[in-house]
Design a protein around this ligand. Structure first.
Ligand code: AMP
Length: 282
């Protein structure tokens, strides 16, 4: 496995592989890698096969944090991340500096103006502008044939798909299922910030989603009722504050009043000072 720290060095590697026609699959991350990320790299490997190249980027993108304090608190664990990537059979870890990704007087942005207005886009102004811009830059740098994203960030995956379609980027987007801890909590780099007590409280998120799934199976279709299941379950837990709970169609990310199969129930919750997101597709 090679650790590449600059854009020109990456370009040299990529053009070497491109010349020999080896397919490239790409997993963009912000590091602090967990088993969820590793699953994405394994899927990337399965897609391109042994001959292909698996690239993981590790870059904590400052422009997608709407709060400076959140960005500053974000952990950096490059050495451990590289060890995990090496063990998982990743070929290249690309970890550029913020300076090289955002040179002085940087002034070009990618804005998706529909799907990114709701959910996390509404509660984190500017978040998706930062995400879309960095992902597009990374696509230009890595030139992947395939890029793998996680369903845990369902809105992000939908927004990126839209950008790729709208701007004719020649990359196939694959969305992989959410990987969970044994007790059901969705894996997230942010989980490490939870106190032992908060970690227990956070289980309520997946419990609430399971209750919604069960209610949907019992033929409850009223969206308000389904959302209320989540809110009432979380209200029982001390220190939890709901940012949003929404039931949406996945084509346009518009709220629905009557649930149907394939709809997305998504939520963001504050557990103490940590904001966690999770979702299920009905
Ligand atoms: P992050 O490092 O949090 O920006 O995530 C990088 C990629 O990993 C994104 O595509 C996420 O959706 C994905 N990801 C994060 N957590 C999980 C998880 N628990 N299961 C599957 N994919 C995940």
């Amino acid at each position: 496995m090679k650790l590449v720290r600059t854009i020109p060095a990456l370009r040299r590697e990529i053009s070497r592989y491109r010349r020999t026609g080896r397919p490239i699959s790409f997993v963009p991350t912000m590091g602090v890698l967990h088993a969820g990320h590793i699953e994405l790299t394994q899927r990337a490997r399965r897609i391109v096969g042994r001959r292909g190249i698996v690239v993981v980027s590790i870059f904590v993108n400052p422009t997608q944090f709407n709060q400076k304090s959140d960005f500053k608190k974000y952990p950096h664990t490059l050495a451990a991340d590289c060890a995990k990537c090496r063990a998982a059979g990743v070929d290249i870890v690309f970890a550029p500096s913020a300076r090289s990704m955002y040179p002085e007087n940087f002034s070009t942005w990618v804005n998706e103006e529909s799907l990114s207005l709701t959910l996390c886009g509404a509660s984190r102004p500017g978040h998706f502008r930062g995400v879309c811009t960095i992902v597009l830059k990374l696509f230009n740098q890595v030139q992947p044939d395939v890029a793998i994203f996680g369903q845990k960030d369902a809105q992000q995956a939908l927004v990126i798909r839209r950008v790729v379609r709208d701007l004719d980027i020649p990359v196939k987007i694959i969305v992989a299922p959410t990987v969970r801890e044994r007790d059901g909590l969705a894996m997230s780099s942010r989980n490490a910030r939870l106190s032992p007590q908060e970690r227990i409280h956070a289980l309520a998120i997946n419990e609430a989603l399971s209750q919604v799934r069960a209610a949907f199976r019992r033929n409850i279709r009223n969206a308000s009722k389904l959302k209320k299941i989540v809110r009432s379950h979380l209200a029982k837990i001390h220190g939890m504050k709901v940012d949003y709970v929404e039931l949406m169609d996945t084509a346009m990310l518009r709220s629905v009043t009557k649930a149907s199969r394939g709809n997305l129930l998504a939520m963001a919750v504050w557990v103490g000072g940590t904001r966690l997101i999770d979702n299920i597709k009905l």
